[in-house]
Design a protein around this ligand. Structure first.
Ligand SMILES: C[S@@+](CC[C@H](N)C(=O)[O-])C[C@H]1O[C@@H](n2cnc3c(N)ncnc32)[C@H](O)[C@@H]1O
Length: 209
């Protein structure tokens, strides 16, 4: 088991190390296929990428015509994303606002976004509270997409690369979303492609208009 805290300093150290050791590898990372699968058919609008990291998803969204607010508390990751977007050209870069903020407290403007996506973020406080806070940023008719990596492999009981973290689970996400306000379209656990990495919780919900 890890004693890592997964706070801002720990993520800064991780990103500084990864981007020093293998920046080209990170730059080649493709956007998460779950995002493409769940969002690919949507008409582009305003998106929030909460915990954007290296920025592949924010850049893919901008390339697909979305305007994006990309939030992370790692300044190093944000700098990398911004530089990668700049290299893609001003039509992509100008569509993304890179915002340094702590998702433990940061609150989106109510009803602002057509899409709020939060992929693989460690939650320091209550998952239910964070899902509600981010969900409040979704516009009527808009989508909330949450993906969490389970820290323990459910079939083997072995720790996964997310060991020690608290990420979104299907049960907590469903508990957080008021059924009078949300249609839950997807709520499932899905095996990850890499051996030994266990499962992801995937929740897609649409806010009623
Ligand atoms: C595992 S990475 C995932 C990055 C990206 N969403 C992806 O799917 O590739 C988790 C990201 O969340 C960020 N993060 C974790 N906790 C955060 C918090 N409380 N506030 C803002 N960003 C946070 C980290 O800096 C890191 O970039």
């Amino acid at each position: 088991m890890t004693n890592e805290r997964f706070d801002r300093d720990s993520w800064e150290r991780r990103w500084a190390h990864v981007l020093r050791e293998s920046p080209e590898k990170v730059a080649r990372r493709q956007p998460n296929p779950l995002l493409l699968e769940e969002v690919g058919d949507m008409r582009p609008g305003l998106a929030l990428d909460a915990g954007c990291g290296h920025g592949s998803e924010a850049i893919w969204l901008a390339t697909s015509g979305w305007r994006v607010t990309a939030v992370d508390f790692s300044a190093t990751a944000l700098d990398f994303g911004r530089t990668t977007a700049d290299a893609a050209g001003s039509d992509v870069a100008d569509r993304i606002e890179w915002l340094e903020a702590d998702l433990g407290t940061w609150t989106p403007a109510p009803g602002r976004y057509d899409l709020v996506s939060c992929l693989y973020v460690h939650v320091a406080g209550s998952v239910v509270e964070m899902v509600r806070r981010l969900g409040a940023g979704v516009a009527p008719g808009g989508m909330l997409l949450l993906v969490g990596h389970r820290p323990i492999h459910p079939a083997t009981g072995a720790p996964t690369p997310a060991a020690g973290q608290v990420q979104v689970s299907v049960d907590e996400a469903v508990e957080a979303l008021d059924p009078h306000e949300w249609d839950i379209v997807v709520a499932k656990e899905r095996p990850r492609a890499a051996v030994g990495t266990g499962v992801d919780a995937v929740v897609r919900a649409v806010r009623r208009g």
